[in-house]
Design a protein around this ligand. Structure first.
Ligand SMILES: [Zn+2]
Length: 240
């Protein structure tokens, strides 16, 4: 068997196209369903994607789902289809998926996966204008009674378009967008972005990446305790 075929077989999702057709019908999507091509994909996260190209829907499911129960794969399919075809997602589907994705076992496997696959994206803590480690220590004393263990901290290697910072529990790492390391950015703004990521460290969440998670009410309340919260928000609105 050729290497290529081996790889393709590893990615094969048994019954994948039929499963997607079933969900297509269940969501009352209109018209003839596309042809579904479904594979497991080694994402570094619990991520799935669907792309429609000329009657063919290319689906990639995180290979973490390989061992998931059938209902969870169905729920993931329904979530993707509902998004693509703008259909209402049955609540029990979302619930089923979340029970899986928020579960302790899934989270553990996800962390192991990220440690293996995610490339560290940070360079150093000392930037051109701001040094993040002493800033962390100072905030830790001011707002957390020194209660947080200092994770790896650094400026992102590249400028990010849509994120100011991230906290990745699997890598135990805070990264701050290097686009902020500029002399015309006030220190309270960097402090605020860092403080926000430190709150993620304190309030563990599902994926704990700013773009994917919801910020809980407790999180938002505590965020407002930052002394220059309004000023920082105002600056960042203009900055973006
Ligand atoms: Zn966040």
């Amino acid at each position: 068997m050729s290497r290529r075929r081996t790889i393709r077989n590893e990615r094969h999702v048994p019954g994948g196209p039929l499963l997607f057709q079933r969900m297509y019908t269940r969501l009352n999507c209109e018209g003839r369903p596309p042809q579904f091509e479904v594979e497991f994909y080694p994402y570094a996260n619990l991520t799935h994607s669907i792309r429609l190209r000329r009657e063919i829907a290319h689906v990639r499911l995180s290979d973490l789902l390989r061992e998931a129960p059938l209902e969870v794969i169905e729920a993931a399919a329904a979530i993707l289809l509902a998004r693509l075809y703008r259909r209402r997602l049955p609540r029990e589907m979302l619930h089923r998926y979340r029970q899986y994705s928020h579960g302790e076992a899934t989270r553990r496997r996800l962390h192991a996966l990220r440690r293996k696959r995610a490339r560290p994206k940070i360079v150093r803590a000392r930037g051109q204008h701001f040094d993040l480690e002493p800033m962390f220590d100072e905030l830790n004393g001011r707002y957390f009674q020194e209660g947080l263990a200092r994770p790896k901290i650094g400026w992102s290697a590249k400028r990010w378009r849509s994120q100011l910072g991230t906290y990745d529990p699997a890598l135990n790492q805070i990264a701050i967008n290097c686009a902020l390391d500029r002399p015309d950015v006030p220190q309270y703004v960097i402090d605020y972005v860092l403080y926000h990521e430190m709150l993620h460290q304190k309030h563990p969440m599902k994926l704990a990446r700013c773009r994917l998670e919801s910020h809980s009410r407790a999180f938002r309340e505590e965020e407002k305790k930052f002394s220059e919260y309004r000023r920082a928000m105002k600056f960042l609105t203009r900055f973006a």
